[in-house]
Design a protein around this ligand. Structure first.
Ligand SMILES: Nc1ncnc2c1ncn2[C@@H]1O[C@H](COP(=O)(O)OP(=O)(O)OP(=O)(O)O)[C@@H](O)[C@H]1O
Ligand SMILES: [Mg+2]
Length: 298
């Protein structure tokens, strides 16, 4: 694998920001892990932004995670966590602006943590108008020095066409390894379930005082504005939420368990310490924790 990817290593070694794009299962995450390990072995401090909301490695699904690789890791999940940004969905569809803005915020956070080289790993949505719109918006807002594109048959060319050869980012096209393996939708679902399960393993119910904790939607473009206390009803039970501290940093996730009759209290399951929570960001999906032990059914 090092022979195929050696040209990429030379290029990323001098790029401040590298965006890796490609269809699903083209080896984006494997490549980013290998490049980050190679740079860190050479003494470089490397930042990774995991902008894949579903098949997350850094941070739980529904978030964009920023991590730092200071020594070789077997998986990106082992990167030291720098910051988290809650988008509230396991898919970018319908949440493009929140995903792109959140990715930008996480790149900035990785840089302010002192890393010189940042990689952005992305989801596999590259096809059609949606794929082009999402990836071109990322290119515009992130302004990478280098785009590494893993493709089988020119499927990303419609995205790259917009990159101005003179002023735009450098583009490095790599062929997809035959050794790569495709994951079924069921395997992808299990990956998300496992990641959520691991995240919520230490969760317990905490009740937040609504007069002290702000409620808001993940982005200004989200649908109904949930900040109206009267709208907070039983309909919210099971909804995934992002939790922010007083500085507006995402500090974790929670699942709404119940709302007091007068909407003065909000109970959530979360591993986050209650006193640190200053705002609850209401996500777009529900999450049901599966019981650790299957119930006994006679
Ligand atoms: N060069 C390679 N050599 C051997 N195995 C590889 C290689 N590239 C990828 N793989 C394997 O192929 C599978 C898919 O790779 P990977 O998860 O890196 O793809 P991805 O593009 O990040 O997928 P997704 O779109 O789901 O994020 C993994 O099982 C990985 O171990
Ligand atoms: Mg991946």
């Amino acid at each position: 694998m090092s022979a195929e990817w050696a040209p990429a290593l030379e290029r990323v070694a001098v790029a401040r920001l590298t965006l890796v794009i490609g269809d699903t299962d083209t080896g984006k995450t494997t490549l980013v892990t290998w490049l980050a390990n190679a740079l860190s072995a050479g003494g470089e401090s490397v930042g990774i932004v995991d902008a894949d909301l579903g098949q997350s490695e850094i941070g739980p699904p529904t978030t964009i995670g920023a991590g730092r690789v200071a020594r070789p890791v077997a998986r990106l999940a082992e990167a030291e966590m720098v910051a988290l940004h809650f988008v509230g969905s396991t898919s970018p569809l319908g949440h493009f602006s929140a995903t792109v803005q959140g990715t930008r915020t996480m790149v900035d956070r990785a840089r302010s943590a002192g890393v010189r080289r940042v990689f952005v790993d992305t989801c596999g949505l590259v096809a059609g108008d949606w794929g082009r719109a999402l990836k071109q918006a990322k290119i515009r807002l992130l302004d990478p020095d280098l785009i590494v594109c893993l493709q089988r048959d020119g499927e990303c060319e419609h995205i790259l066409r917009a990159c101005d050869a003179e002023r735009g980012p450098g583009v490095l096209r790599l062929a997809v390894s035959r050794a790569g393996r495709r994951r079924t939708p069921e395997e992808r679902r299990r990956h998300r379930e496992r990641a959520f399960g691991a995240y919520f393993a230490a969760a317990r119910p905490v009740t937040l005082d609504r007069s002290r904790v702000a409620l808001r939607s993940p982005s200004p473009v989200a649908g109904a504005d949930p900040t109206d206390a009267t709208s907070l009803s039983a309909d919210f039970e099971g909804v995934l939420v992002g939790l922010e501290d007083a500085a507006g940093e995402t500090i974790g996730l929670g699942v709404i368990q119940g709302v007091d009759g007068d909407a003065s209290g909000l109970t959530i399951d979360t591993p986050v310490v209650a006193r640190d929570i200053a705002a609850v960001v209401v996500g777009h999906e529900r999450y049901a924790r599966s019981p650790a032990v299957a119930p006994y059914i006679p």
